[in-house]
Structures are given as C-alpha cells and as structure tokens.
Design a protein around this ligand. Structure first.
Ligand code: BJ2
Ligand code: ZN
Length: 886
C-alpha cells in the first residue's frame, strides 16, 4: 500500500507543479479535469482498500477468533490511513474545489472530505484504540451466552436462535422474564464500562469534522437542517394510532398475563414476543381479532414444504427478478452465509455486505424457517439490490440516497410478498382459503401493524436516546434511567425486573454496541409505504378510487413498470440529494405519513371502535420522576411569566392608590381580572398535567404546587370575580375618600382620616370633640358599606368554598399552614390577657382622672378616649402577631 499512496501523492504534487503557471479561467478548467483524473485514481485505490477491509471484516464476522480480529483491525486501519493521505493530498491540490463549476465534483469532494477526515480525525494510535473499543463491545454482544431457565447450570444459550425462540414462542411469564433478564444482564452490564469512552471518541471525531457532536454527525447523511423536526412531526402524526394499538394489545395480553399488569397502563417489556419489544408480530396469536378467520402465519407451511434458508433466499430473488430487477450474481450464492454454522462463533445479527469491487455482494444471516425471517431475508436482499443498482456509480456515491432509503427497499417488496394474495400465488397459502372478507383483512392488517406500527416509537427512541447522550444532556450516571424514561414515554413499556445504574439495557440492542445509527429504520417504516403506494399505482394494483383495490392488498409481483421505477431511483445512489431520488420513485419529494395511514386506515378505525367497546382508553401514566422534572421546568417558566404579570398589576395598583381616579380604577380592575384569569389557568394546568402532584417526592416542589393551586378569589367564575373586585374597590375607595365636618367649624367638611382626624384623636382632650369625630367617622365610613360588606362576605365565602375551605376565615387561616393555629392564637391571648387587663385597669384609672363623668360601673373604657384610630388593619391578626413578636 505504501508505494501506491506515495505514488499518488507524488503524481499529484508534480502534476500540480506543472500546471501552476498562472491563475486563469483555463487554469480553473484544467484543475477540474485534473480533479476528475484524481478522483478516478482515488476511486480505484479507495475501492481496493475498502475491499480489503470488508473482506477482513467478513472473515472475522463469519469466524470470530483472535487471529481474524487482528487482521480485521489491521485492514481497517490501513483503509483509514489511505483516506487520510488522500484527504491531505486533496487539501493541498484542490484548495478551490468548492468553487468548481461541475456540481458533481463539488459534491464528490464534499463527501470525501467527511469520510476522509472522519477516518483521520484521530492520531493513528487513538484511532486504533477506538476501533478496538468498538470491537470489544460488538464481541461481547455477538458471543454472549446465557443460562437456561429450566436448568441454571446449562449456560450455552445464544440470542440466535435460543433466546429469540423463547421470546417468540414461550407463553410462560417466568421463563420469558428469565430470558429477558439473562440477556440484558449478560450483555448490557459488561458493555456499560465501554460506552462512555466510546461516546467521547465519537464526539471527538464529530467535532474534528465541524459537527457539534456525534448525533449531529449522524444526521448529516439526511442533508436537511430540519430533519429532526420533520421526524418529530411524523411521529406526532402516527402516535395516536400507536396508542390505539398499544391499548388493544394491552387489553388482550391482560387476558393471558393478568397479574403482570397494574394501573400505570404500561406493558411489561418481556411479553411482546421480542427481546426488545421492538415489533410484536410474534404475539399475533394472543391478540388476533377474529380467531376463526384466516391468519397469515406461513411458518408451518414453509416447514411442511421443506423450505430451507437457501430456498427462502431463492424465493426472494425470484420476486426481485420478476420486477425486472437484477438477479443475485453467482458470487452471492457462492459466498453468502445463510445459516448458522455450528463449528465456530459468528456474528449472527443479519447483515448485507458490499465488498466495494462491483462484484462481491453477500448476506450473512443465521436464518431460521419462519415468517419473520422470510421478511428479514427480503430486507437484506433489498440492501444487495441497492448495491447492485448503484454499482456503476463512483465509490463515494455507492450509498443510499439517505440511510432510510437503504432500509426501505427490501421492506417495500415484502409488503407485496406478504399479502395473502401473493402467498397464495407462491403456494404458501392454500388456494381455497377465503381472504377477501373484512375480518380476514383486519386480521392481516393487525399482523402488519404488529410489525410496522409497533416498531415506530422504538425506531425513533434509540437515536433520541443516543442524541441525548452525545450532546451531553444525559450523564453516564443516568444512562439506564434515561433509557427507561424514553421506553416508557414513547413505547409505553416498562422493565419486567428492577433495573439500576449497574445495568445498561440499551447496550443489549445490537446497534448500540455496534455503533449503527438507527433513525434509518424509523425513516424506512414511513417511506416504504410511500414507495409501495407509488409502485402499486405503477403496477395498476392499487386504485385510490376503487375500494376493491386497497393499498394493503396490492402485490406488485411481475410488474416490470414498478421495477423500473424503483430501479431508476436506486441507481442514483447518493449522487443527488435524497428528495430527488424520492421524486423519481414516488413523484413526491418529502417524507409523508399519508401512505402508511392510508394502508392501515381500516384497522385504525376498527381499533378505535374496539378500544371503546373494551373500555380501553389509550395511553399510560408518566412516571413520578418524569413528571417531577417536568413540573420543575414548568415552574421555572411560570416564575418568569408570573413575575411579569405581578409587576404589571402592582404598577396599576400603585397608580390607583397614589391617584384615585376613574381611569386608574378601570385599569387596576382590568389587570386584576386578567391576573385572576391567569392564576386560574395555571392552577387548572397544574391539576390537569400533574394530577398526582401531592405524591411528588420533592417537598419544595409540592409546596410550590400547593401554593399555585390555592387561588382564593381568583377561583370564582369570571363575572363573579369581577363583582368581587368591584365590591372590594368600592369599599376601600369609600374608606379612603370619606371625610367629615369639623367639630369647631361646622361648615368645614373636608376632614380626612389622615392626617386631620388622626391628629385630633391623638391630641385633643376635649371629650365632645373626640366623641364627634368618633361618631362621625364610624357613621360615615362604616355605615354606608354595611350592605356592600354583606355581599362581599357572601361572594368571598363562595370563593373560599371553591377552594375547598368552609369559609373565608378558614381560607385566611390557611396561609399560616397550621391546623392548630386558631387554638395557638387563643392560647397566646390567654397568656397575655392578664397583662392587658392590668394595663386596661391602670389606663382606666388614669383616664377617669381626665374624663370622670364618662365612666360608669361597668368598668369599660369609652372607645373615643383612647389614642387609637380603629382601623381594620390594626385589628387583624397579622399585625397583632407582628407586634407581639417584635
Ligand atoms: C437485521 C437487520 C441490519 C440491516 C444490519 C446490521 C446493521 C446494519 C446491514 C448494513 C446494510 C447497509 C436489522 C432490520 C430492521 C430493524 C433492524 C433491527 N440488520 N446492517 N450493512 N434490522 O439493516 O440489515 O446489513 O448497507 O446499510 O438490524 O433492529 O433488527
Ligand atoms: Zn437493513
């Protein structure tokens, strides 16, 4: 390899030197043709390095040994080193590549740039370390063995086929639980320690490529700034349907595993027929809508007819070629590994391989004769078909239009293959079986939904989880908690056994230790229905206007028209942005859930009815933890908003209190109505969003929420509140504006409480004057508001009751947060009463000296002789206490 790299570098350095006489237009064009030559040479050498790496990787994956592992690592490093050299060379030779006229050249260099720098981002030693780390994780996954449920000393059970079979076939809850726990413990736990270093490496590589983190680096392949939002949008569109499915399946599973279900509405993860609960077709027999009608499980038929894994691949190949697509080449049949060998360890997880030499394409799959695997066979064959279709593109464009496209090809065809109509045609369903009635369609659609719809939240959350880890939102100390948070939130499932931060349950899913981006499968699930719809139209097998030709019955078998439409898009590889490839295949240039919705429409309608009949409200409870953290964030947001509102009404109240006029009064009343509405809204919000807030663990949070939900008068209906606020304003206004006439100058009638009357009460010793002021004040300020007060009491009691208090007194007392507060105050009073009485007796004796004739035998002091202007505030408990505790 060394001499080749050296040669290419020197070739281009020399060529560069020769063509640098001056910078001119012709020079630019020269440079572009040089670039083309360069790329041709790059393509040749890069393909060779890629082949060597793929070959060594294959040798390892089909025979896991130290020796094969060593060679795999070596070849992969050689490939990276080559990419690095090539990249260095490009940066020197083609500095102006971004300004090239030919857009294909620009796109090519852009793609090489990322591949080149991603491979060379780390120094060679570190890169080696990273690759070893990846290998360690994958090896743990691929070679893990677990112990049997029946005999815990028998510990040689593999995922494929042993655990997969148990998860699929067993209906023994204990056995399922055991298999689930064994796998998650034996794989997740040992992988955990490697994950954080893996995350750091991945982020470092992403950052060197100018991406913020590894999640953003993955998303680059979708070439869209808004891709994440588009995905979220799709999920929101499909979520209600998923929840209907979930509710229906939950109700049915409850019949089988009743004691495993609680009020939370979640489904335990081990009961869904699959180790990761990612698709649920294996529990079809437990949830079948019309058991007496036909069901599309052809496993038994295949077995009876002596199907082998090879036969399954042949059937698939025949379907592809019936569309005029490319048959698998001889090398494929010769070199692929279609069954699990029993003399060595292999990576059993199914995969498709492109050896980068336009010749070798293989599949490696530990195929079992089941319907599920028949679908996987088509899935993998779809990858190879894509490889074959774009094999004449330069290496850099030999990829899917985006990763979701690659995943969708085989699945799209499988949508035809699995129709009852097609299964009859290929002899896997008895010809005499009736399939055209409504019940059979619903059975069929449900089995499809168990595979496709059940998968959606899983397909989304795996990368949501890893995005959160890569961008630092989630710390290593929360790796497992966050996994279950998302599993609960999106899938509505829960772990069958207690989990902790010792565990790393995400690590028990292949793509996490194997470092494979997963959003592709979500994208695929949506776009494969767009592809299907378009190909079905092309094949004349679907007519939106004709109820006898629904989308879910379409089989594109033998339609060359459909085949060539598909091929046209696939052959583009990644040479153009994906919307263009999609346009070729579907006429649309966007992802769109309408096709998948349409396909399942009869089932969705049926489920809604069925769940209503079974009284199964879709959805499930969130966990207290999740709710608590949501409540925290909600309060932070709320605090800002309320502070703003509070400021506005304080300003209005101040304006009014410092200048009582009609305009200010109006503004003040409006704002107080507005803020009452606001308080009511947030209180309702809190009780609706967090109905169980009283059970939250954080006492500070509970205290805050409690304060929010007690509203006082704001809880009154709007018109009542308006009345209340008006009454209050009327009374305080009356109080603040009451004036009386002078005792000495009868015609002067503008004496206010402050300062005139207060001054008289404090300074005058003229009993008649004091009596006049006292009487006038009480008559004029108190008298007229008696009726208003009565109304006010009624309405404020009404508010108190709406807040669950007996009356306004109880509501007031509530702010002291003590059940015994009234008694405590009474006790204080009893303690202080003797002192008060002493003072009273002393003052009475002294006052008698001044106003003797005002005193009788009753021992009472006439109120107007005391230097206190009675006002509401000074009587109220609060200031009484303030005084006491000074
Ligand atoms: C069974 C299937 C993958 C696939 C394998 C492993 C990872 C990538 C490849 C790539 C293909 C390519 C798989 C199927 C649907 C859901 C998902 C799952 N294996 N891969 N080389 N599936 O996509 O075929 O073969 O060229 O990109 O993982 O979770 O089971
Ligand atoms: Zn795939």
């Amino acid at each position: 390899m060394e001499w080749r790299v050296a040669a290419i570098i020197s070739l281009w350095l020399i060529a560069g030197a020769y063509s640098f006489p001056s910078v001119s237009d012709s020079f630019e064009n020269d440079l572009e043709s040089q670039a083309r030559l360069f790329l041709a040479e790059y393509d040749r050498q890069s393909s060779e390095k890629c082949f060597n790496a793929a070959n060594a990787n294959w040798n390892y994956a089909t025979d896991i040994r130290d020796e094969t592992e060593k060679i795999k690592l070596q070849k992969s490093l050689e490939n990276s080193k080559f990419q690095k050299e090539a990249w260095k060379n490009i940066t020197i030779q083609f500095k102006t590549r971004e300004n090239f006229q030919d857009p294909v050249l620009v796109r090519t260099f852009k793609k090489i740039a990322i591949i080149g720098t991603s491979a060379s981002a780390l120094p060679e030693e570190r890169l080696k370390e990273f690759k070893q780390l990846q290998n360690t994780m994958s090896k743990i996954y691929s070679t893990a063995k677990t112990c049997a449920y029946e005999d815990v000393t028998e510990c040689n059970l593999s995922l494929d086929p042993d655990l997969t079979k148990i998860m699929k076939e067993s209906r023994d809850e204990q056995q399922l639980r055991h298999a689930w726990k064994e796998w998650h413990d034996k794989v997740g736990v040992p992988i955990r320690q490697y994950y954080k270093p893996y995350v750091d490496f991945s982020n470092e590589i992403a950052k060197t490529n100018n991406f913020s983190d590894a999640g953003a680096f993955w998303l680059r392949e979708y070439e869209s700034e808004t891709f994440k939002e588009e995905i979220e949008q799709l999920w929101q569109t499909l979520k209600p349907f998923y929840q209907q499915m979930h509710a229906y399946v939950r109700a049915k599973l409850r019949d089988t595993y009743g004691d495993q279900f609680t009020e939370d509405g979640l489904i335990p993860a081990h009961l869904l027929g699959n180790m990761w609960a990612q698709s649920w077709e294996n529990i079809y027999s437990l949830v079948v809508p019309f058991p007496e009608k036909t069901s599309i499980d052809v496993t038994e038929q295949m077995k009876q007819q002596g199907y082998t894994p090879l036969k399954m691949f042949q059937v698939s190949d025949e379907f592809f070629t019936s569309l005029g697509l490319i048959p698998m080449p001889p090398e494929f049949w010769k070199e692929s590994l279609l069954e699990k060998p029993n003399d060595r360890e292999v990576v059993c997880h199914a995969s498709a391989w492109d050896f980068c030499n336009r010749k070798d394409f293989r599949i490696k799959q530990c195929t079992v004769v089941t319907t599920e695997d028949l679908i996987t066979v088509h899935h993998e064959m779809g990858h190879v078909q894509y490889y074959l279709q774009y094999k004449d593109q330069p290496l850099i464009f030999r990829r899917g239009a985006n990763p979701g496209f690659h995943e969708a090809v085989g699945d799209t065809l499988a949508l035809s293959v699995i129709t009852p109509k097609h299964l009859k045609e290929i002899g896997l369903l008895d010809d005499s079986t009736p399939i055209d009635d409504y019940e059979t369609s619903i059975n069929f659609l449900l089995s499809m939904a168990l595979e496709k719809i059940a998968f959606l939240p899983f397909g989304y959350l795996i990368d949501k989880y890893r995005w959160d880890i890569f961008d630092g939102t989630v710390e290593p100390s929360n790796y497992n908690a966050h996994w279950w948070k998302l599993r609960r939130e999106y899938q509505g499932i829960k772990p069958p056994v207690e989990r902790s931060e010792e565990n790393f349950d995400a690590g028990a899913k292949y793509h996490v230790p194997a470092d494979v981006e997963y959003l592709r499968y979500f994208v695929s699930k949506v776009i494969q229905f767009q592809f299907h719809r378009s190909l079905c139209l092309e094949a004349g097998q679907y007519d939106p206007e004709d109820p006898r030709k629904p989308l879910h019955n379409c089989d594109i078998y033998r339609s060359k028209a459909a085949g060539s439409k598909l091929a046209a898009g696939l052959a583009m590889g990644s040479s153009r942005p994906w919307p263009e490839a999609m346009k070729v295949m579907t006429g649309q240039d966007k992802m769109d859930a309408s096709a998948i919705r349409e396909y399942f429409k009869p089932l969705e309608d049926w489920l809604i009815l069925q769940n209503a009949k079974l009284a199964q409200p879709p959805g499930w409870q969130k966990s207290t933890n999740d709710l608590e953290s949501e409540a925290h964030s909600y309060l932070v947001e709320l605090d800002q908003l309320s502070s703003q509102k509070c400021y506005e009404s304080s300003v209005a109240e101040w304006a009014y209190a410092t200048d009582i006029n009609d305009e200010n009064e109006k503004v003040k009343l409006e704002l107080s109505l507005d803020s009452a509405k606001f308080s009511k809204e947030i209180s309702q919000n809190v009780t609706a969003t967090f109905p169980l807030w009283r059970e939250f663990k954080d006492p500070d949070l509970v205290r805050k929420l409690k304060k929010i939900t007690i509203l006082g008068a704001a809880r009154l209906p709007d018109d009542q509140f308006k009345k209340y606020a008006q009454l209050e304003t009327d009374m305080t206004k009356h109080y603040s504006t009451t004036t009386i006439c002078s005792f000495k100058y009868k015609e002067t009638c503008n004496l206010s409480l402050e300062p005139e009357l207060t001054k008289i009460m404090r300074e005058s010793r003229n009993e008649e004057e004091l009596r006049h002021v006292w009487t006038e004040w009480h008559d004029k300020s108190g008298g007229p508001i008696k009726q208003t007060y009565k109304k006010f009491v009624e309405i404020s009691n009404q508010a108190a009751k709406l807040n669950d208090f007996n009356d306004t007194g109880a509501l007031w007392l509530n702010s002291y947060e003590s059940e015994t507060f009234k008694d405590d105050v009474e006790e204080l009073w009893q303690t202080l009463k003797p002192l008060y009485q002493q003072i009273h007796a002393y003052v009475r004796a002294k006052l008698r000296n001044v106003y003797g004739d005002q005193f009788s035998d009753d021992g009472l002091i006439p109120a107007h002789l005391l230097d206190i202007v009675v006002n509401a505030e000074e009587l109220c408990l609060a200031s009484f206490l303030k005084f006491e505790f000074k």
